[in-house]
Design a protein around this ligand. Sequence first.
Ligand SMILES: [Ca+2]
Length: 418
Amino acid sequence: MTDHDFSETNGRGLKRHSMFDTRTAAVAAAQTRRTRTSTSRAMALTPALVATGKTVRVVAKTLTFALLSTASSALTSGGAAQPSTTSPATRLTLQGTPGVVVSGLHVPWSVVIAGNEALVSQRDTAEILAFRPGEPPRLVGKVPDVTARLDGGLLGLAVLDEGGDTWVYAHHSTASANRIVRMPYTAGALGEVEVVLEGIPGGRGHNGGRIAFGPDGMLYAATGEAQDPDLSQDPESLGGKILRMTPDGDVPDDNPIAGSLVYSLGHRNPQGLTWDDYGQLWATDFGDDAWDELNRVEPGGNYGWPIVEGRGGKPDYVDPVVQWGTQEMGPSGLVYVDGTFFLAGLTGERLWSVTFDIAGYPVTVAHYIGKYGRIRHVLAGVDGDLWFVTNNTDGRGDTPSENDDRILSVPLAPTDAP
Ligand SMILES: [Ca+2]
């Protein structure tokens, strides 16, 4: 069972959204046919794409046929790509065989760094573990009132150091909704819970879940539409959004909609947040049955769901900078490190890297296809290496190995390769 063909896929099971689904499926089918049968030159000339007034280029600079076929569906418009994000000289590549940092975890969802430690959330047990590299993890607390059902449970973590105190934030499901709480982290243990934000739509599926502090000191939360796609376009709902709040959960004065936590809307099931060197926010979105997305997130931007999935070319909705066929991706965590984006692929059971060439076009490369199973999260680790987190115990993968789930570590090295 994959994420896309059960709860993470929803629209088709909901009759009132059938119009959107039909249109989305038709566009997706046409795009898929073009992707599979056309060269990049031909794709740039297809009427649907020409009508957007943008040029399109397929990026497929990979060495093997397998990588070529997966990379070939990653499209971008020249207008949307951001050449200033990186340059070829600063691209990073993975070096050598990944080593195991920790094994035997149960549905690890988020890993964050607090000082010289890493903290791990376990979705179904509601436990937060801490470890230093080379040492076994230890339990530092259990988040109360967590309801774990299907994709819900204890999800994203974030860390705030403030006035000598360390706070651990957690985004989790309750019996009726999702919420964000925080706990002081003192002397290796989590203290009493304070509620930061309640009333985020949640359920068995499409919970989003990632949280992170931005370079502006604000807390950002990626929320899902809880299998009710209409919420994504409803500015009054906290579902299907990226929210921006103060560390206390209040609305910042400079949010795009006065008095609202909504920073951007039209997301489906976003689970990855990161910022580039220019302070620009980027987010992944886990698609329905056609396209998964990497989005450059602008304040007040509408990212289209459920009216558009993937590239729609409609003026009211922001297209993804890169999109993937859902079987290749199923994105959760996202991190930007020195000019390179890394995306954790659940359904595709691979890690993706995205860089931009000198003209601003994305270069996507798949790593470790099927080798480690489902990948939930990716981050810059304590040791300066890239860490990624498997998720073969989450009930959706093949039979987990006795070592699952694991956090793996791989060194990064600059490369001139495209
Ligand atoms: Ca979108």
